[in-house]
Ligand binder design. Structure first.
Ligand code: DMJ
Length: 857
């Protein structure tokens, strides 16, 4: 039973199509130069409309870039409000907000090189490359910069531009190109990689491009983060493979794997690290700032270089997030990495990239659920706050009021208006929006996967903000304080290199990047990367055996062969030392030892420490890993399941599969508008979703005029507000949940549905050989209340009082049943509180669970 959202949604949903058409025609004549018209080809928007959106985005890009070139270049940025060039803060070396990325190296130019390719502007691309050739021979610059920022923005920009300049298959190769962009990248890479010369084993967060990391004040070298340590592997990997110099990839990869090996028993990595001691400084983790690109690069490295170990890391780390961090709305919340306790109840602007990453991983459902939260933020603020507190409740409201919040409530002693402002102030924890790309990025990825016109409409709304509020005399100015709407006097390089690039790509279905021959992986700074054996390797390393050097001089000779310029000596000597000291180590992979694996180790005479017991987490080299792989999943089976021609798939979360968005509509409309969970965020977090006064008069994007009239043709549907209670429960130990065996039931080749089956197991159900080490969310089925799926709970045949909603990271669909093996129940029940009824229902603490059943063994 679906209920329609009350009020305006319901009325609009029932508008007669002829009225819509007349309305559209009127609009056509009055205000819109280009209006909506449906076309199946491009997810609903007409070609004309998309072209208009593209042109408008393009002209925004050129406005930003040309302003930079006219007023900013050769400095790093341009101040969008005053048109003054913007560069490092020379007076305050601790001003990392500026100095981390602005290295006095024309940052904006390097970061935007490949954007010209994306826009199809070959001339512009060549012109800027020539400008770089004329201006930069190396990065011999006395500037302390952050290694991560310079890697993703400058090194990444150079590598992508080099790929386009050199690879004839992509249509942007430059005649007589001699690889100078890669040489520049190599020069920069050699300076950046010195940050790894840190006894603690993690790279220094910052380095001096001319003198190396020791020239940076110690106070700036302490605080490191998981993303900063691990997210160099894509750029460094590509640099190594294109130059035939392995050191960059070896060191960054080894560091990544070491970092991963220090995860907690729950499979989670904390995100703040002391670079001096390589110790986590607190245990909080999440998916936003400080850890975001750890997840991103695990997955992207595995795709770019077809690396199974990194794919395993992605899957294991994501599985841990699904189990412990994802809440019932779909937010990946901040938690304690060691005990999974809920930590801070905020999400940040950087975390908005995560839905896009989930699309790349093939998990559309969780991608969209998380995306809706960021979408509501955009509706509310016309921006994404740097940090948004979704608990808002605790502060102004709950401190003064003990009853649950309702939209028209006002706080004691305050008017309704004052209440809204107070709640808004509480929710916006960090108040700036520097035009970050992450929300646009996820909008783009979701559109690519679904072709739902809703995402184009979101993009259009963002574009409109850029054309109006964000537009500045010399580029674009973000928001300094969302609460009052003041402007920020800065245009970071990612505005052009990422935000507008993703926006343009959203509107450009035919872009080369969307064709088979143009496929690429976007770096975390949106630089397109690809790698295959047809790419020319430039042999920067030139097969020169690493000289056994202890003194100055030998590397200089090597350097001379590569560069016409005199070598920046200090860097080079250190580089050689690094090469000697940090020689290659094999990749170690973490595994949890089982009895079967231990037996295998004995059988193959592999030596191991005497205190090694099953259940322990150990790190094994690739050889041992391969040897143990067949023993990693225990083989389970069940007679009844087999007899029904069903099989068991251990990948119950579907992490190795790609979800496909079904487009089963005959007339183009937005399916998203019919997704009943879309509106849950409004219900659940209404206390934290108040617009600032200056942004009150805007209409929510999804019901904004002509778009809704055309694409909401099937009406909006929403579940009514859930009034049952959810609670979390644990059977066994949290430490064990990562390794619990759970299976997805799958139809075998001879499967025939049997409606009269005595045990009604269906494909898609879950099967558990043992009921142990499970993290679960239950719903209490109180009669008369509205349940998770919008239905009124009735007193049923069996009078079940609980329903399982989530088990070890897996959200159950309404009809899914979890089957538990009777053999286990019969022989073991270590906690004594689990039972079953004659009808085959499971009971926990005497309460009947509606969707956990017993399957005979
Ligand atoms: C970008 O430089 C990159 O996307 C990075 O990974 C994190 N954030 C900024 C933009 O917000």
């Amino acid at each position: 039973m679906y209920a329609t959202q009350p009020g305006i949604f319901f009325q609009i949903a029932n508008v007669d199509m002829t009225v819509v058409l007349v309305y559209l025609l009127q609009l056509l004549v009055t205000c819109f130069p280009v209006t909506y018209a449906s076309s199946g080809k491009y997810g609903g928007f007409s070609e004309l409309h998309l072209k208009d959106l593209r042109n408008r985005t393009k002209s925004l890009f050129y406005h930003g870039f040309n302003s930079y070139m006219a007023h900013g270049f050769p400095y790093d940025e341009v101040d969008p409000l005053t048109c003054e060039p913007a560069s490092r803060d020379y007076e305050d070396i601790h001003n990392t907000w500026k100095n981390d990325a602005m290295g006095n190296y024309s940052l904006t130019l390097f970061d935007t090189l490949d954007a010209f390719v994306v826009l199809g502007d070959k001339q512009g691309f060549e012109r800027n490359i020539q400008l770089i050739r004329d201006t930069y021979q190396n990065f011999d610059i006395d500037a302390n910069i952050q290694v991560f920022e310079t890697t993703i923005r400058v090194l990444g920009g150079l590598l992508s531009a080099h790929l386009y300049a050199s690879d004839e298959r992509r249509g942007y190769s430059i005649e007589n190109y001699d690889g100078f962009l890669l040489r520049l990248a190599y020069d920069l890479g050699k300076r950046l990689v010195l940050a790894f010369e840190n006894k603690s084993g993690v790279p220094y967060p910052r380095t001096n491009l001319r003198y190396g990391p020791l020239k940076v004040p110690k106070s700036l070298q302490r605080e490191q983060c998981t993303a900063g340590i691990t997210s160099l592997i894509l750029e460094f990997g590509l640099l190594s493979r294109l130059t035939n110099d392995p050191i960059f990839e070896l060191i960054s990869r080894k560091t990544f794997l070491n970092m991963w090996s220090s995860k907690t028993v729950l499979g989670l990595l904390p995100m703040t690290v002391d670079a001096r001691s390589n110790i986590f400084t607190d245990q909080i983790t999440g998916v936003g700032a400080s850890i975001d690109s750890f997840y991103e690069y695990a997955l992207k490295y595995s795709i770019l270089f077809d690396d199974e170990i990194f794919n395993d890391i992605w899957q294991e780390s994501y599985k841990a997030l699904l189990m412990h961090s994802q809440n019932s709305i779909g937010i990946f919340t901040n938690i304690h990495a060691s005990n999974a306790a809920a930590a801070r109840e905020w999400i940040d602007a950087l975390g908005a990239f995560f839905p896009g990453l989930l699309v790349l991983a093939g998990d559309l459902k969780n991608a969209f659920d998380f995306y809706t939260v960021y979408f509501k933020l955009w509706n509310t603020y016309g921006a994404i706050p740097e940090r948004w507190d979704f608990s808002g409740f605790r502060w102004s409201y709950a401190n003064r009021n003990s009853k649950p919040y309702h939209l028209l409530d006002s706080l004691p002693g305050m008017s309704l208006e004052e209440t809204k402002v107070a709640l808004m102030n509480d929710a916006v924890l960090l108040e700036w929006y520097p035009l970050r790309p992450e929300f646009v990025e996820s909008t783009y990825f979701l559109y690519r996967a679904t072709k739902d016109p809703f995402f184009l409409r979101v993009g259009e709304a963002i574009l409109q903000r850029f054309e109006t509020e964000f537009h500045a005399p010399c580029g674009f100015a973000g928001i300094d304080n969302i609460r009052i709407g003041t402007r920020q006097a800065r245009m970071e390089s990612f505005v052009l290199s990422e935000t507008l690039k993703y926006l343009y790509l959203l509107f450009d279905p035919e872009n080369d990047l969307h064709t088979k021959n143009g496929a690429a992986i976007f770096s975390t700074e949106a630089h397109p990367f690809w790698f295959d054996d047809k790419l020319k390797v430039y042999n920067m390393h030139q097969d020169i055996a690493i000289p056994e050097i202890t003194e100055k001089g030998v590397m200089e000779a090597v350097w001379d062969k590569l560069f016409a310029q005199a070598p920046p000596q200090e860097v080079d000597i250190q580089f050689a030392k690094l090469r000697l000291e940090k020689n290659a180590l094999p990749d170690y992979t973490p595994i949890t030892l089982t009895e079967r694996m231990k037996e295998a180790l004995d059988r193959y005479h592999v030596k191991y420490p005497s205190n090694l017991e099953p259940g322990k987490r150990i790190f094994v080299n690739p050889k041992v890993y391969q040897l143990l792989k067949p023993y990693m999943t225990e083989k389970d089976s069940n007679r009844i399941i087999q007899e029904m021609n069903l099989t068991l798939d251990p990948d119950y979360l579907g992490l190795s599969k790609c979800q496909v968005f079904s487009r089963d509509h005959t007339f183009v409309h937005s399916k998203i508008l019919q997704y009943p969970m879309f509106y849950r965020v409004n219900d659940r977090y209404q206390v934290a979703l108040h617009s600032p006064p200056y942004y009150r008069n805007t209409t929510n994007i999804e019901i904004d005029g002509p778009f809704y009239d055309l694409f909401g043709t099937n009406g909006m549907v929403s579940f009514p507000t859930q009034s049952t209670e959810d609670f979390d429960a644990l059977i066994g130990s949290l430490e064990g949940v990562l390794d619990t065996r759970i299976y997805r039931v799958v139809a075998g080749p001879n499967y025939q549905p049997d409606e009269n089956a005595t045990v009604p197991i269906l494909p898609q159900d879950l099967y558990l050989p043992a009921l142990d080490n499970l993290r679960m969310t239950f719903e209490r089925l109180t009669p008369g209340r509205i349940d998770r799926y919008g239905q009124i709970v009735e007193v049923g045949q069996y009078n079940c009082s609980l329903r399982l909603l989530k088990i070890n990271g897996c959200n159950l669909e309404m009809d899914d049943i979890v089957w538990v093996d009777y053999g286990w129940l019969r022989t073991s029940n270590p906690y004594g509180n689990i039972g079953y009824t004659q009808n085959g229902f499971l009971t926990i603490n005497g309460e009947l669970v509606a969707n956990i059943r017993i399957v005979p063994d």
